[in-house]
Structures are given as C-alpha cells and as structure tokens.
Design a protein around this ligand. Sequence first.
Ligand code: MSP
Length: 501
Amino acid sequence: MSRFYITTPIYYVNDAPHVGHAYATVNADALARWHRLTGDEVFFLTGTDEHGQKVARAAETNGVTPQTWTDRLAPRFQGAWADLAISNDDFIRTTEPRHRRAVQQFLERIYHNGWITKGTYRGLYCVPCEQYYTEDELVEGTLCPVHRRPVELLEEENYFFRLSAFEQRLLDWYAANPDAIRPESKRNEALSFVRGGLKDISITRTSIDWGIPVPWDDRHVFYVWYDALVNYLTAIGYGEDDDRFEAWWPAAHHLIGKEIIRFHCVWWPAMCMAAGIEPPAHIQVHGWLLVGGEKMSKSSLNQIAPGDLTADYGVDPVRYHLLRDTPLGSDGEFSAEGMTARYNADLANTLGNLVSRVATVVGSKCGGIGPSPDPNSRLSAVAAAVVSEAVAGWEAGQPNLALEATWRLLRETNAELEAVEPWKAEPGPAVQAVLGSALEVLRIVSLLALPAIPATAEEIWRRIGMDTSPADARLPAALAWGAYPGSRPVLKEPPLFPRRK
Ligand code: MSP
C-alpha cells in the first residue's frame, strides 16, 4: 500500500472563501478521493493562514482583534468545505499551539544550522501579497503586478534566510527530480527564477506583532510565509511524532496556484534543505478561475461565494464543472452560462438521461429487475479503453481528462440504446443484454466519477441495486467488465439532474 499526502495552500482569512478557493480545494479533494479508491492511505490537509499584516489589517478595519477576526473567519472556510463535500482529514489553523511549536522548532533548526543572519531591510512591499517586490517587477512604475495597487516602502531590522546559498543545490534538486514540479511550463518558471540569481530574504518582522515570535529574539515575529509553509509539516507531527512524520514526509503533493510558485518551488525546498529534511516530492501548479478575464479575488468585486452556487445548482454539479472545465495548469473563465451549459450537456442530458432511461426500460421490459451484463457487448471494449484513459487522467492529476474519457462511455451507451431501441423490442435476451450492459456502465462510471461527484455515485449505486458503497470498492480490480451482479431491483426515481433553462 502506498501513502498519498495531499495539501491545498492554506487560505488567508482576510475575507470569506470564493469559488477560486473552491476550485483549488475541490481539485485536491477529488485527487484524495481517487487515491482512497485505489487503496492508498491518504492524508488530505487544508486550512487557514491566519497571521500577517493582511489579516491584522482586515481585523482592524472591522474593529476587532486579529484573534477574534480569525476565530470568526476560519469557520467560514470550514463551512464552505463541508458544503462542498470536501473530505479533508485535518484542518490546520496557523494560530493553533501545535503550529506555533512546529514553526519555532523548524526555524530554530535552520538558525542553528547557520542559515539565518541579521540585517536591515528596505524594500517595496505589497500587503495583499505579503511580499516584497523589486522595482523592475512592478507594473506602471509603482503597482504590484498581481493586485495592481501601490506598494509601500518598508524599512526594518530583520533576520534573513540565506537563500542565495541554495542556488546550486536547488538547481541540482530540479535536475535530479524532473517530475517534482508540474506542469513543465511552471517548472521552467521556477528554474529560470533560480537561474536569474537568488537574494537572501527577510523572514522576520518587528513592525507587527500578529505572528509567531522568533524563539531566539522575541522582539520579532516570523514573516507570514515562513510561518505558513511550515503548516505542511505541523499537521504530520513534525518535531512531535517522528514516526508519523517519517511516514508522510517527503512524499507530499502540494497543489498550489500559479502566483505562489516562488514560495513553494524555490523558498520551501530551500528551507527544507536548510532544516535538514528532504524537499516535498511533488508540487502541482494550477491556474486561476477568471471572471470576465480577471482573476476572481478578494480584493476585486468579482468574487462568487461557493454556497450561492451549490444552493442553486447542487453540490455535485458545482464540483463537476470546476473539475471538468478548467484543466489543472490552465486558467479558466467562470460564468453562469458555462456552468449551465455543462450541467445540461453532461449531467442532465448524458448521465441523468441514461440513469432514467435504463430504469424506465428495466421497469417496462424486465419487471424492474436489472439483468446481468453481456460479456460480449460492444460497450465492454469501449469501457476498457475509457477505464485506462480515465485511470491515467486521475493518476496524472488531470481530472478533466479522466472525466472527459468517462463521459465518452456514457455517450456511447446512450448511442447503443438508441441503436437497439430496447423500449420498442419484445422482452427477451437481446433486451436483457443491452440493459445489463448499460447497468454495468453505470456501475463503472460511478467509480470513475466518484472523486468528482461522490453523492451522485452513491445514489446511482443505490438505484441500480448495488448493496455496497462505491467508496468501498477497490480499484482497479472493481473496474473490470462484468461485475454488475444482475437480478437486482432497479429503482425508477425522479431525474438526478433536471434540465436547467
Ligand atoms: N496564504 C497563502 C498560501 C500559503 S500556503 C503555505 C495564500 N492564500 S490565498 O488565500 O491568497 O490563496 C490560496 C490559494 O487560492 C492560492 O493557491 C491561489 O492560487 C488560490 N486562488 C485564489 N484565487 C483563485 C482563483 N481565482 N482561481 C484559482 N485559484 C485561486 O496565497
């Protein structure tokens, strides 16, 4: 059995969750669910990033202490993830005592290893990014390239992490681990950043106190990114439970958005090296959900709350749309029209239609009892090809490819029914064969699509009379053609996905 440790970035609590965050979390969830189906031991971590200037300012604007503010906001993320059926095994908040202990131990180790020095920093800072920029990185002279708002000049006495000393070691690490950062284009971005030369980075602040105190100098708190990245270690017992830590590290899969490549693909591996642990094994970079061509973000007014969408469309349709329409790695435009079109085409007309149709004809031609599949059905060959493509898609962390392949099997099955027209035929072996095969397709599709639409997968299994849960199946064995047992009641119930206007 192998282990699969998957993480999302931890979200800033300066505002409520939006669909851009949901995109990231749903992708991680789908991959976690896939690995559970294949029998891997999975640990899926998400959480909230609660320190730093950005959060402190949000609290101030709202007239409360940072602790009160974060205590109010963190549950909104937890609630949003519960609404979206996110199956995380842990939810970390960086204000928890376990995290403070891990950060202090980890950075103390780096300090003792000689990679942290003291100096003065003067630089141009973007508060929403929690990051310094150089002048040539700014746009229109003075604006942050991500938020397009003015940066601020900050000067303070800081401790510095000697990132510059890790240039060659990072290049060696990229060379020895060509698959560590995916996709290739994002790996190249990290690589060229390192090749461009690394400067030491300031990792503490004295200008704010909303952070984790530096253990060897408590006038300072750690810079929020240096605190946040360590969450990936805290949750698996760094410094407190060595066996647990060694079981899960370094085989981590960090799923991250494209604007935080530098932190995860350059700083984080270097920090791990400095502390004497291996860098993370995999970093998968995704793009942004855009609204009208702009990144959906907390600082613009284009954010969409996940709860509004799930209330309108249902949980599984939202998950399906997020996974199916924006390949991991590219940007995708989010719109109500796009969501509705996908819902009608794939869920109402293809999957929902097949489920209803099969139940109706099994009702009228087979007395409501599902026949067993035809071992020689044309659909069994289609299923075999689709299964191998879908498995490859999930394994490669490309849910859109897995789902695209899976829906091909559904469309072929609808086409087969239309060709044979069992609803017009006399009951008998031919009708039994095509309906049994369609039921087998529904069983297989439930497994392949479960990571995306878990409640629907359960519901289809119930309706076709399977007495186990698809989540208990073991893949790939359960994907072999022919396992639908037949002689089961097939339930005719209201449409799974009524068509939308
Ligand atoms: N707190 C840091 C991460 C620290 S991880 C050690 C942070 N937080 S964030 O809330 O600003 O963003 C978290 C993640 O959400 C990022 O990976 C970001 O790319 C993702 N998204 C935020 N808006 C998004 C979209 N509109 N679309 C897709 N993902 C987006 O950065």
